[in-house]
Design a protein around this ligand. Sequence first.
Ligand code: GCU
Length: 138
Amino acid sequence: AAPTQYQAENATISNGLVESNHAGFTGSGFVNYDNEVGSSVEFTVTSPSAGQATLTFRFANGTTANRPMDISVNGSLAADELSFPGTGAWTTWQTRTTTVSLNAGTNTIKTVATTSNGGPNLDRVDVEPPSGPPDTVA
Ligand code: GCU
């Protein structure tokens, strides 16, 4: 199945702001995490089935310092301090991919800054749902 896009500006933001002053984002803007440990964006996503899903975060980091974030799924840590390195400019957007386990139905994916720099600017996450069983040969 094709990935589903979830815009950060439509997610639940804690200690961050929706902004649009750096070109190249999709949707209506991006989230600028407050420059502190614990600033976060939580997405609510649906999956047609349980299993391994691929998350692709689209972000920009105009500094030279990594801005790692903990990625929790349904309240459990799924990726510890996932790196979001510098992209060269706030208008240069790149992707960071990780694989997590989702339940069938509704899931929460929370991204939490782990350094005093806060998170990167986050545009969106694309969720590629778990692949179904292999096709049966007729
Ligand atoms: C700059 C930039 C913001 C960014 C911030 C940061 O202010 O314009 O988009 O979020 O730096 O360092 O987090």
